[in-house]
Design a protein around this ligand. Structure first.
Ligand code: 13P
Ligand code: SF4
Length: 304
């Protein structure tokens, strides 16, 4: 299957982009792996005709907005995101209308229609620095992740009007399970994604996007890490640092709810099928593309 995928990519000038939460076998065949910001940059700058986006729907939509003339394939079109689902465009428009004097910052984990209603897009790796640069006299709406929003609020000192969304994966991590792991592994540092609840972030030694967690785990000298995010990232951590220990955090009931069910919908077989059939592809209204492009471009310009 892997050699067929490679051959089809070569024949149709396709590139495979993958997020760190994809399964190890998908990460291993990708041309590029990254966090949401890295993936947006790569989607905007590549010579391929087809982008196979191994991630979730909002990420593939962002690639389409940045490269509207390319075909963007999402191996499983049902690979959504609870944050994007938590923020329907019509409800968001009502919220904005109730706060007409606010500057709207939206986390990239939202639909293209919500991006089209935003002034600025951010990711977990640049949210704090972007919010810090918004003029002090502006009131700010931050959507849709309230946990990331609270963390940005704390770090930047800016008051944010938060949309009450959250990630089903990061919401399931339990403080009790974390404390138990820390007790069992006293030498391990806790590293967390800012989509986690505040009580967990308060216990963490380092907080950052998936790329930043990976970078920290590689530069830091600790022999072990308790990783408070989707465990897909551990594949790259182990590759980079084979002599360190990376411990995933079980959820409250000890089931596999720490895995993102949407990210894990993509499989090698679905990648092969989408390359063979040139579907499912991302289709967006050109008017939405035009409007959503502006706040994404602003983010890319501000993050360079
Ligand atoms: P990153 O931008 O940190 O990779 O986050 C993406 C995401 O979906 C986290 O749940
Ligand atoms: Fe969305 Fe959470 Fe999955 Fe990230 S981990 S894609 S925020 S549901």
């Amino acid at each position: 299957m892997i050699s067929e995928i490679k051959a089809l990519c070569f024949k149709s000038n396709a590139i495979i982009l993958a997020h760190y939460y994809q399964s190890p076998e998908i990460q291993d065949i990708a041309d590029f792996i990254g966090d949401s910001l890295d993936l947006s940059r790569k989607a905007a700058n590549n010579d391929a005709d087809i982008i196979v986006f191994c991630g979730v729907h909002f990420m593939a939509e962002t690639a389409k907005i940045l490269s509207p003339n390319k075909t963007v394939l999402l191996p499983d079109i049902n690979a959504g995101c609870s944050l994007a689902d938590d923020c329907p465009a019509d409800e968001f428009q009502r919220f904005r209308n109730q706060n007409p004097d606010h500057y709207v910052v939206s986390y990239i984990n939202c639909s293209a229609e919500v991006k089209a209603q935003s002034d600025l897009i951010c990711t977990s790796s640049n949210a704090v620095s972007l919010v810090e640069r918004i003029p002090q006299d502006k009131k700010i709406i931050f959507a849709p992740d309230q946990n990331l929003g609270r963390w940005v609020q704390k770090k930047s000192g800016r008051e944010l009007k938060l949309w009450p969304g959250s990630c089903i994966v990061h919401e399931t991590f339990s403080e009790e399970a974390l404390l138990k792991l820390k007790y069992q592994n006293p030498n391990a540092k806790i590293i967390a994604h800012p989509e986690c609840n505040q009580n967990l972030l308060a216990l963490s030694d380092f907080i950052g996007s998936t790329s930043k967690l990976l970078d920290f785990a590689s530069k830091d000298s600790s022999p072990a890490y308790i990783v408070l995010t989707e465990p897909g990232i551990i594949h790259q951590m182990k590759k980079k640092e084979p002599n360190k220990d990376f411990i995933e955090v079980p959820d409250i009931n000890g089931c596999k709810c720490n895995e993102c069910p949407y990210m894990k919908l993509n499989t090698l077989k679905k990648i092969l099928d989408c390359l063979k059939n040139n579907t499912p592809s991302i289709k967006l209204d050109p008017k939405v593309i035009k409007k959503a492009y502006e706040p994404i471009k602003r983010m890319l310009d501000m993050s360079n």
